[in-house]
Design a protein around this ligand. Structure first.
Ligand code: SF4
Length: 286
């Protein structure tokens, strides 16, 4: 049986001591243990950024893509071998900035992927520039007079675009975050878990204390996660005083994989390709 320590590689993380990414890493490894997944059937796919290095110190299979391009890569991994549990990890700059187009399209397809976004409202790896989720007025090296735009709202986008499990966790609440990641990984379809992950080095506004003072759990507030309008209302709450965490929305819906005859019954990599006539395949598309 896999234990937490079995999921560590010989590579030590290079995250800043106290970074919120450590909480995400612990919750993710705990979810793999609790779900009794065999690590060799798990793939951690990532883009570029501090959190995207997670697969270097986690003993599963891993794939690191170009900046913002992890979702197409994860789609390919998933369609090639539907027996794998594919978990995508990346930051807000990677996923909601450079990768925003891929984010929308992966959700509308309802691919069976779990996407954990470590959302620290800043580009950490490149020294603290403003990201798409930086709050209005936020000052950084790239916006010394403060951000003048409204931040992107990934949960509103996910609810509208077609993701079928949408949650927000906090890197400072490990039992709750672990539960959300476990649910997301068990869900059949596209699961988004947006994680409030303080960057203690560059973001001096959205700190652990900032989130501890504001976060409340939807489970404690009679929220109906099957109600799309209620989910949108919760997702649009401003962060002035309170920030909702937990499950916003969940629904059952056929996945992209369900619609593909070729892989519905057997993973592509396990099929005998020798019996397939390539000319017959070509003719279907002519
Ligand atoms: Fe974490 Fe920020 Fe350091 Fe990156 S720069 S490792 S996000 S604290």
């Amino acid at each position: 049986m896999t234990e937490l320590k079995d999921l560590n590689t010989c590579v030590n993380s290079n995250w800043c001591p106290g970074c919120g990414n450590f909480g995400v890493w612990t919750a993710l490894r705990q979810a793999i243990v609790d779900l009794k997944l065999d690590p060799k059937n798990v793939v951690l796919a990532s883009g570029i950024g501090c959190s995207s290095q997670i697969n270097q110190w986690t003993k599963t299979y891993g794939f690191q893509s170009l900046h913002g391009r992890v979702l197409p890569a994860a789609t390919g991994i998933r369609l090639a071998n539907t027996d794998l549990k594919v978990v995508v990890v990346g930051g807000d700059g990677d996923g909601y900035g450079i990768g925003m187009g891929h984010f929308i399209h992966a959700m509308r397809r309802n691919l069976d992927l779990t996407y954990i976004v470590t959302d620290n409202q800043v580009y950490g790896l490149t020294q603290g520039q403003t990201s798409p989720t930086s709050l209005k007025g936020y000052k950084s090296k790239s916006t010394p007079f403060g951000v003048i735009e409204e931040p992107a709202n990934p949960l509103e986008l996910a609810i509208s675009a077609g993701a079928t499990y949408i949650a927000r966790g906090f890197a400072g609440d490990l039992p709750h975050l672990t539960k959300l990641i476990e649910e997301g990984m068990s869900h059949k379809g596209f699961a988004l878990i947006d994680v409030l992950q303080p960057c203690i080095t560059f973001n001096k506004i959205n700190t652990f204390q900032y989130f501890r003072d504001r976060c409340y759990k939807l489970e404690d507030s009679a929220h109906d996660f099957s109600d799309k309008c209620a989910a949108l209302t919760r997702a649009s709450e401003k962060w002035d005083e309170k920030i909702p965490t937990g499950l916003f929305y969940r629904r059952e819906k056929p996945t992209y994989e369900d619609g593909e005859d070729v892989i519905r019954d057997k993973a592509l990599v396990k099929q005998e390709l020798g019996n397939i006539s390539i000319n017959r395949v070509y003719k279907r598309f002519m």
